[in-house]
Design a protein around this ligand. Structure first.
Ligand SMILES: O=P(O)(O)OC[C@H]1O[C@H](OP(=O)(O)OP(=O)(O)O)[C@H](O)[C@@H]1O
Ligand SMILES: Nc1ncnc2[nH]cnc12
Length: 179
């Protein structure tokens, strides 16, 4: 059995920015790990190692930062990639769900024909905070009849307890922060 990839050393490559985008928010900036070739590869390798062999048909990436990890992971899993987008970006008929954010509200859409009923889907995003964004995406997948095989995050902000929204799902977070 292969040992799980330890991503903990990558914390040195993640920049924290106080009071962005609003006062009181400590922003976890992944651009500093993405530009590090070993850092980015380690994150994709860690996701891939977890999902290989789980018969994943589709990887869904949530706009915008889920688009960074989703396609690279889909390629490694020999799966398709589906973008979940902010409103009015997708050209064909869509399903839409609105949700609350750590710092505002927003909505997400998916093409109605993006998932066939029963297809096995992994949803990826850069960060789990309150879980509102992922919860909206889970709802979109359920509306289309997809089977949720996993929810994957590069970073989880444990203190916001977003994970509690997903108790019936397999949640993978590569890095955890307590504050
Ligand atoms: O768990 P939550 O409280 O829902 O927060 C997490 C979401 O917030 C950020 O995206 P944001 O909405 O800022 O959009 P962006 O990726 O377009 O910057 C982040 O990339 C996640 O998608
Ligand atoms: N604190 C945070 N840092 C980066 N992305 C976020 N998305 C929601 N909360 C965030």
């Amino acid at each position: 059995m292969t040992l799980p990839i330890n991503c903990e050393p990558l914390k040195t490559l993640i920049r924290t920015v106080p009071d962005f985008p609003k006062p009181g928010i400590l922003f976890y900036d992944i651009t500093t790990v993405l530009k590090d070739k070993a850092g980015f590869a380690t994150l994709i390798d860690a996701f891939a190692q977890y999902y290989i062999g789980k018969e994943i048909d589709l990887v869904l990436g949530i706009e915008a930062r889920g688009f960074i990890f989703g396609p690279a992971l889909a390629y490694r899993l020999n799966a398709g990639f589906v973008p979940v987008r902010k409103p009015k970006k997708l050209p064909a008929p869509t399903a839409r769900v609105t949700y609350d954010l750590e710092y505002g509200t927003d909505a997400l859409e998916i093409h109605l024909d993006a998932i066939q009923p029963g297809e096995r889907v992994v949803i990826v995003d850069d960060l789990l905070a309150t879980g509102g964004t992922m919860q909206a995406t889970v709802e979109l997948v359920r509306q289309l009849g997809g089977e949720i095989a996993g929810l994957g995050f590069a970073i989880e902000l444990d203190f916001l307890k977003g994970r509690e929204k997903f108790q019936q799902y397999d949640v993978l977070s590569l890095l955890h922060y307590d504050e």
